[in-house]
Design a protein around this ligand. Structure first.
Ligand SMILES: [Zn+2]
Ligand SMILES: [Zn+2]
Ligand SMILES: [Zn+2]
Length: 206
């Protein structure tokens, strides 16, 4: 009877000594793994939490320690123009095309204004001719505005610019009806109104 008890005791001590043959040597806990024994793989505690940076326009939330990501990038907050979040110019090529049209229109506008401002006011026939030249330049301005508006139409963020361009483009700018001074003045009034709307549209673009 006594010998049987001894045998069990020996067996237990044997098990204990087998398990205690190494003291655990833990690696540091990481975002994905708790402290882990290099020898036997036993773990202690829990994995550390990720240290996420905020999502940006182009990158999802990203752990500063392990690079793990969560969710998705926020995307730029504009469809065109400078992103207020990151400063990237979105669709720069489209903006360039609009700028090109507006620059063209500005050349014609300048010629029209010059034709009006340099006319000989003492000679109504000359005034009429110069106003007709101005009117032709204004027509070219309008053609450029139509092209610019057409480019804008696909970009909701340009809706204000497009509205202002369209408003200028639709301004009544019929040519002077005669050499009569009233008709010439009426044309000047139309031209001034058009120029105001035009300037307003250009200001919106800059
Ligand atoms: Zn171990
Ligand atoms: Zn992490
Ligand atoms: Zn952005």
């Amino acid at each position: 009877m006594k010998s049987k008890v001894m045998a069990v005791a020996v067996l237990i001590s044997g098990v204990i000594s087998m398990c205690g043959c190494h003291s655990h040597e833990y690696s540091e806990a990481t975002c994905t793994q708790p402290k882990t024994c290099i020898g036997c793989g036993e773990t202690e505690g829990e994995a550390l939490p990720h240290l996420f940076s905020n999502a940006t326009c182009t990158k999802p939330k990203t752990c500063k320690k392990c690079g793990a990501t969560e969710g998705s990038a926020t995307g730029h907050s504009v469809s065109i123009g400078a992103c207020p979040e990151c400063g990237t110019i979105i669709n720069a090529d489209v903006l360039y095309k609009i700028e090109f049209q507006l620059n063209q229109s500005y050349q014609f506008m300048d010629m029209a204004i010059t034709a009006i401002n340099t006319t000989d006011q003492d000679n109504l026939s000359t005034v009429y001719m110069d106003f007709m030249i101005a009117w032709a330049h204004f027509e070219n301005v309008k053609a450029n505005l139509r092209d610019a508006s057409y480019i804008c139409k696909d970009y909701p963020d340009l809706s204000t610019l497009k509205a202002k361009i369209d408003k200028a483009e639709r301004a009544d700018l019929s040519k002077p009806e005669s050499k009569d001074v009233d008709d010439l003045n009426a044309f000047l009034t139309r031209a001034n109104k058009f120029k105001d709307l035009y300037d307003d549209a250009l200001k919106e673009f800059s």
